[in-house]
Design a protein around this ligand. Structure first.
Ligand code: SIN
Length: 281
């Protein structure tokens, strides 16, 4: 019998997992069980997991190989850990503070993002998640069929080009590495099929999705706006509140997320890894 205690949130979107310590290597059976729970609930979190860098790396590698994390300097000596840090005096939007899926402009965006809370402010600093699978399934059949045939263009330019970086203001807590590479584009299907569950979801996000390729600019903007408004309906959202040492892993293939502010005057520090994914289809 499983030793994991799983507490799902509303609509089976998001679940707490207890009854496990992530500091030591996990058996293959346990990792498979965690993977199944993660596929089912899409966002899973483990409270009370004090982890040092090697332990975070070890847990991440049990889920899969590391992804490729561009545009943000990693922690010295730990190329695959990013520190998401905002200092008490920083007057800038939180890193990841607009709805997005991580690195969706890549050919093979990450399958998972893992975030480990080191310093949590006493107010604010939640992360909100949106369920793109249930949002897709809730659309009427005719629109789903139309969307199934469409493709989109993604790019990092709105966040990581030199121009965007200048406009966005300087971060002191993190070192962002803007680059000409941010102008590259990547074509993806608008609707992607989850490689493990086989369920379809909307694979678009307001930060990196520039346009729907099959539509004129105005029609593309209008449809994207309509779809974003749909995905962000309260019934598709899970609002996650952090505690120190909590580890959260979300399915980047079917979930958008958005870091919340509301903690000016306090420090917030998270350590993040991504797990390599496959090309959306
Ligand atoms: C991110 O977008 O990866 C950061 C999320 C957060 O800090 O809550």
């Amino acid at each position: 019998m499983s030793k994991l205690a799983v507490t799902p949130h509303a609509n089976n979107f998001g679940a707490r997992i207890q009854g496990i310590q992530l500091q030591s290597p996990l058996s293959e059976d346990l990792v498979n069980e965690i993977r199944d729970i993660w596929h089912q609930y899409q966002v899973v979190y483990f409270p009370n997991q004090p982890l040092d860098h090697p332990q975070l790396e070890q847990f991440s590698l049990s889920i899969g190989n590391f992804g490729d994390d561009p545009y943000v300097e990693s922690i010295e000596g730990h190329n695959n850990i990013l520190e998401v840090r905002r200092e008490p005096n920083e007057d800038i939007a939180p890193f990841g503070g607009s709805w997005h899926s991580d690195w969706s402009f890549q050919l093979t965006p990450p399958s998972a993002t893992i975030l480990h809370a080191k310093i949590v402010p006493p107010v604010g600093g939640d992360t909100h998640y949106a369920d793109s699978i249930r949002a897709y399934e809730a659309l009427d059949a005719a629109l789903r069929e139309e969307l199934d045939a469409m493709t989109t263009t993604h790019s990092a330019r709105r966040s990581y080009s030199h121009e965007a970086y200048k406009k966005g203001g300087e971060r002191t807590g993190m070192k962002i590495l803007p680059s000409e590479k941010a102008w590259d584009t990547q074509i993806h299907p608008l609707v992607r099929t989850h490689p493990d569950s086989g369920r379809k979801g909307l694979w678009i996000n307001p930060v990196y999705t520039l346009k729907i390729n099959e539509l004129a600019e105005k029609d593309s903007d209008e449809l994207l706006e309509k779809l974003f408004a749909h995905i962000l309906k309260p019934e598709f959202i899970y609002e996650h509140t952090w505690a120190e040492n909590m580890l959260t892993m979300w399915d980047n293939r079917s979930v958008m997320h958005c870091a919340q502010g509301g903690y000016n005057g306090y420090r917030r520090v998270m350590h993040r890894t991504t797990i390599a994914g496959t090309q959306p289809f």
